[in-house]
Design a protein around this ligand. Structure first.
Ligand code: F6P
Length: 558
């Protein structure tokens, strides 16, 4: 195993530390001094128009950041990822989500086999299935066409599909809709099924491993719900044969473990596969996206993949000076490691992107929340920021106060599209224009603030002038696109995947494993008997756990 290069030992890192000491860039001044700043720091990637000019960066800082990427060997590691090297060392796996969106004539060899034809074969099966559901050829056990698909999955088998489905709602076929069950809290499956007609409902059990407790439990609950409701309505008889037929027509599965799918009772003919070289949080572009493909159709799904591919090509080939994911990843390192920024806000000015921050939380934090490097040695600097956000303008009326006037530096990405899917007018006003005026105003206010003199000039009483001053110099990146098309949604996802990759390479970590989720899962299984009343297992617990479990047992009503 190669040893990662410690970024803190590079000359670029030392230069950045020096630049940060006494760093005095003032965005008002920087724009006043350099009329070309907006143009010089704005780049395009695919259809994304990305304005980096309101970041705390100048040409010297940018060149030092780009030098850092070179000095930690980012180009070689990027090539290793794209070409199928096993860079996920702790799981001994290649990292080839980019192959999921390669055109059919590309070649990516893994262990002597070109994986691109395999990808297209599975996509072809998923598309054929999606077409049948969409055109009514696929019917339920009583002959009715399907109107609701329910994706049962969690983590990467939920967050990607639900985010993309929500983002592409305007593309969903009339008469079809999707729902998403993820939490093992029984109220989730209850609420998502209570008003459904079992005769027109199709469940997609999505699980890479097909061992995940939440998903398998919810899948069993869904199967019971289906059979109970069909029997109560006399739609099927009580026999096993009828049950088997109903499950076959109302359940499909998506997994890398097709043997476990048949053990669950789902016909392998109705299962779509993928591979261990696709991480869960990188899998929405695999058959894990089946719910999306059914809802928006194969053509739109193919456009979504093409959008991702456009950004892959950009990241792989664009020169560093114009490489958007590279520069955004490096800016995150700049803020995280030199300014001590612990969090990063992502603020979509597009309601259809309302699940994008939640999706990014898994992508970024499960990938880069690591304290050892890929050779097992401790990291040498802080890693992984906390990603969070809400759609604008809702966030403006909630937490923007802290971003504008709080004591912490919170870099923020603003995302918007020029043409809305639902153009509405309020009297003479195009509401999308009012919406985007807020986007532009917020990034302007954060960058340039409002001085005490400006506040006084408005006639503000002296005593409250300090409270009304906006310091400005708060960094933002603005990302705009023509419209929220399937391709643009794909481009946004791939952009953040490669930002995440860039940061992980600088820190020398394995961004593709997730061992940190294991301990809690193991302990839940150990504690479960105590929760169910096993006194011996309860006695083995620590005093706090014992007390909490005892509280539960005393207060639980049935
Ligand atoms: O919580 C950890 C995790 O393994 C995620 O990485 C993954 O996306 C999720 O669980 C679901 O896993 P699976 O798709 O195997 O059910």
């Amino acid at each position: 195993m190669t040893t990662p290069i410690d970024p803190t030992t590079t000359s670029a890192w030392r230069q950045l530390a020096g630049l940060h000491d006494g760093f005095a860039l003032d965005l008002r001044q920087a724009f006043a001094d350099d009329p070309g700043r907006a143009d010089r720091f704005t780049h395009t990637a695919g259809e994304l128009f990305v304005d980096l000019s309101k970041n705390l960066v100048d040409d010297t800082v940018l060149s030092a950041l780009l030098a850092l990427a070179e000095q930690v060997g980012l180009p070689a590691r990027r090539e290793a990822m794209f070409s199928g090297a096993k860079i996920n060392v702790t799981e001994d796996r290649a990292v080839l989500h980019t192959a999921l969106r390669d055109p059919a004539d590309e070649q990516v060899d893994l262990d002597g086999e070109n994986v691109v034809p395999l990808v297209h074969e599975e996509l072809g099966k998923m598309y054929a299935f999606a077409r049948k559901v969409r055109n009514g050829e696929w019917v339920g056990v009583t002959g009715k066409r399907i109107s609701t698909v329910v994706n049962i999955g969690i983590g990467g088998s939920d967050l990607g599909p639900v985010m993309v489905y929500e983002a592409l709602k305007p593309y969903v076929q009339e008469g079809l809709s999707a729902r998403f069950v993820s939490n093992i809290d029984p109220s989730d499956v209850y609420e998502k099924t209570v008003d459904l007609d079992p005769e027109t409902t199709l469940f997609i059990v999505a699980s890479k491993t097909f061992t995940t407790l939440e998903t398998l439990t919810n899948a069993r609950l869904a199967r019971t719900w289906l059979l109970d409701r069909l029997r109560t309505a006399d739609a099927i008889d009580k026999g096993d044969e009828a049950a088997g037929k109903a499950v076959a027509l109302h359940f499909v599965a998506v997994s890398t473990a097709l043997d476990k799918v048949s053990a669950f009772g789902i016909d392998p003919a109705n299962a779509f596969g993928f591979w261990d070289w696709v991480g869960g949080r990188y899998s929405v572009d695999s058959v894990i996206g089946t719910s999306v493909a059914v809802a928006v159709g194969p053509e739109n799904f193919a456009d979504f993949l093409a959008g991702m591919h456009a950004i892959d090509v950009h990241f792989r080939t664009a020169p560093p000076e114009q490489n958007v994911p590279l520069q955004m990843g490096l800016l995150n390192v700049w803020y995280n490691n030199f300014f001590g920024a612990a969090t990063h806000a992502v603020l979509p000015y597009a309601q259809y992107l309302h699940r994008f921050p939640a999706y990014l939380q898994q992508l970024t934090m499960e990938s880069n929340g690591k304290r050892v490097r890929y050779d097992g040695s401790p990291v040498t600097t802080e890693t992984g920021e906390v990603f969070w956000g809400e759609p604008g303008t809702n966030g403006q009326h909630a937490f923007y106060q802290l971003i504008h006037q709080g004591t912490r530096l919170i870099p923020a990405d603003f995302v918007a599209v020029a043409t809305p899917a639902r153009p509405l007018v309020d009297g003479e006003h195009d509401v999308h224009e009012l919406f985007l005026a807020n986007f532009f105003a917020q990034t302007k206010a954060l960058a340039f603030g409002k001085t005490a003199e400006e506040v006084r000039a408005e006639g503000t009483a002296e005593a409250i002038v300090p409270a009304r001053v906006f310091p400005g110099n708060r960094p933002t990146t603005s990302i705009m696109a023509p419209a929220l098309t399937p391709s643009v949604v794909g481009q946004l996802i791939a952009l953040y995947e490669h930002i995440t990759f860039t940061e992980g390479v600088v820190w020398g970590i394995d961004s593709f494993d997730q061992w940190g989720v294991e301990l809690g899962k193991q302990l839940a299984l150990q504690i479960a008997p105590a929760v169910a009343g096993d006194a011996d297992v309860l006695a083995e617990q620590d005093p706090s756990t014992r007390s909490l479990v005892s509280y539960y047992r005393e207060h639980r009503e049935r």
